[in-house]
Ligand binder design. Structure first.
Ligand code: NAD
Length: 515
């Protein structure tokens, strides 16, 4: 099964919110290097124009009820299911990932549309809280949309980390500008096409492809809120830019995620799942595992099983489910991974399996690689590789495993395998990570859309998913209506007496519920 043809990519290109493009960029099929299509390259003026259109459309959209907005997203979800094979083809073509990693994106999109459409009407309803003084004040909190939200997305999960994050922002009543990564605009455009078909007014969602330093920067200069997913280095820069403008942002950043395997864990299951946990999307996944701490008494046995499972995994350039692991996305990625392996081996690391590019399969393939004897002095010791590279460290005790797992600036995801679920949970709660999966790698945490997902430390600010994943795209507004009496003393009551009455009332309020 080949990638979609040129006509399809031309159709998607035309959906970019760029009038009269001055420049285009060729997007290539990762498996082969051939050109899939041209995409227009946006400018700051395109962003300004899309933001202006968005602002116009947003007022009408926000005036619709949350249930009406949710109905559009429910229709979108049904279209995603109907067109899932097409979406996976597009995602695979521009990322080179395996089919099942593309399916993870489809499922993420479905879960996000369903969860946020279901909870939005309730979470966005105005609610009353106790007022300053009972009876006299009726205090209501409203969730107002931010206005125009910027979503800046990376290339690794280009569908779900762009349009998946636009979903809650749209449901909250905002217009959204999406900046896909320059290498992967078609995934966002393909999902945007389905949103328009589901009935989303065109100007509410604008996909503006282009360089981060131009289009991304212009979005942060123009929009009212930023949802960013990418590296911690870029996240820092953008946080400063948001700080200058005093606009809110949330950032989903990098990770150096640990797995802990203790004595008594089911080593067969752990070894098999670790292949998924480390090498999904060829390791180009923020929540994938790059460090494994295994208790010394079971370290050899676990390592043998893990290496055997890795060697059994099939690398392949296939648009069906026949390959377990796909390609890296770019020459840059191939160089980073190759350098990390070369640096580690030059400094004394041992390659237990893998370690080499595989041009025989495709220009950017690299073998899933397991290293031992890795130290902090090696590039891959403490830095995110973001590729198919994992290091195994034997440890003496569970406490040492926890301490070393936490010895990082990152804090995104962790995986724990122990002799019981309860022990796994006990260990998990001691880890400094935004999500922890007991007896799996990352997928159940990602798929628990009703729970917050994000990073501690330099892995992020704020959360996607869960109620906060929607409410962060709103401004709470408190409206207090004063009835019967305001704060002036009633007629004939001296100010001094009135003040004493208020103080007595204030002291008594503590006995009322909700105080
Ligand atoms: P990146 O930071 O280089 O780029 C991410 C996006 O930001 C791209 O669209 C890029 O064009 C844009 N950008 C870059 N510089 C910009 C600037 N100065 N102003 C505005 N926009 C700018 O990251 P990447 O290499 O695409 O992605 C890999 C990184 O993303 C890894 O560190 C990975 O861990 C992280 N990531 C995190 C999550 C998460 O949910 N926590 C998910 C996926 C990827």
């Amino acid at each position: 099964m080949p990638a979609p043809d040129a006509a399809v990519f031309a159709r998607l290109s035309a959906l970019a919110a760029i009038d009269n493009p001055r420049d285009t960029r060729s997007i290539t099929e990762v498996f082969t290097g051939r050109v899939l299509g041209e995409v227009p390259v946006g400018t700051a003026a395109d962003v300004a124009s899309a933001a202006e259109d968005g602002r116009g459309a947003q007022a009408h959209w926000a005036a619709r009820t949350p249930s009406e907005r949710a109905a559009v997203l429910e229709r979108f979800r049904a279209l995603v299911v109907e067109h899932r094979e097409f979406l996976m083809d597009v995602v695979q073509a521009e990322t080179g990932k395996a089919r099942w990693a593309a399916q993870e994106e489809i499922m993420g999109l479905m879960f996000a549309a369903r969860y946020f459409a279901r909870v939005a009407p309730k979470l966005l309803s105005p609610y009353q809280v106790p007022g300053a003084f009972p009876v006299l004040n009726r205090t209501t909190v409203h969730a107002k949309p931010k206005g125009v939200v910027a979503v800046i997305a990376p290339w690794n999960y280009p569908l779900v980390l762009s349009i998946g994050d636009a979903i809650p922002a749209l449901l909250a009543g905002n217009a959204v500008l999406v900046k896909p990564d320059s290498q992967t605009p078609f995934s966002s455009l393909a999902a945007a096409e389905l949103l328009y078909r589901a009935g989303l007014p065109r100007h509410l969602l604008a996909v503006v492809p282009g360089p981060g330093a131009v289009v991304g920067k212009a979005m942060v200069d123009t929009c009212d809120y930023l949802m960013f997913t990418g590296s911690s280095a870029t996240g820092r820069k953008l946080a400063q830019q948001c700080g200058e403008r005093l606009i809110g942002f949330s950032a989903e950043l990098g990770g150096k995620n640990p797995m802990i395997v203790t004595r008594g864990a089911n080593l067969d299951k752990a070894a098999k799942a670790a292949v998924r946990a480390c090498f999904s999307n060829a390791g180009q996944l923020c929540i994938s595992i790059e460090r494994i701490y295994v208790q010394r008494s079971v370290a050899d046995e676990f390592t043998d099983k893990f290496v055997a499972a890795v060697e059994a995994a099939k690398l392949g350039a296939a648009y069906d489910g026949s390959a377990d692991i796909g390609s890296l996305i770019s020459q840059d990625q191939l160089e980073t991974v190759s350098k990390h392996v070369a640096d580690a081996t030059a400094k004394g690391a041992e390659v237990l399996t893998g370690g080499n590019p595989r041009p025989d399969i495709g220009p950017l393939f690299f073998e899933p690689t397991v290293l031992a004897e890795v130290t902090d002095e090696m590039d891959c010791g403490r830095n995110e590789t973001f590729g198919p590279l994992v290091s195994i460290y034997p440890v003496d005790t569970v406490e040492e495993a926890i301490e070393r797992a936490n010895d990082t600036e990152y804090g995104l995801n962790a995986s724990v395998w122990a002799q019981s679920k309860a022990e796994g949970e006990r260990i998990g709660k001691q880890l400094r990570a935004g999500t922890v999966c007991v007896d799996e790698g990352y997928a159940p945490a990602w798929g628990s859309t009703a729970a917050p997902m994000g990073g501690m430390g330099i892995s992020g600010v704020g959360r996607r998913h869960g109620p906060d994943g929607l409410l962060k795209f709103t401004e709470p507004q408190t409206v207090v209506v004063t009835r019967f009496l305001n704060l002036d003393p009633p007629p004939l009551v001296p100010q001094e007496v009135w003040q004493r009455v208020l103080m007595t009332l204030a002291r008594g309020l503590r006995f009322l519920p909700g105080r």
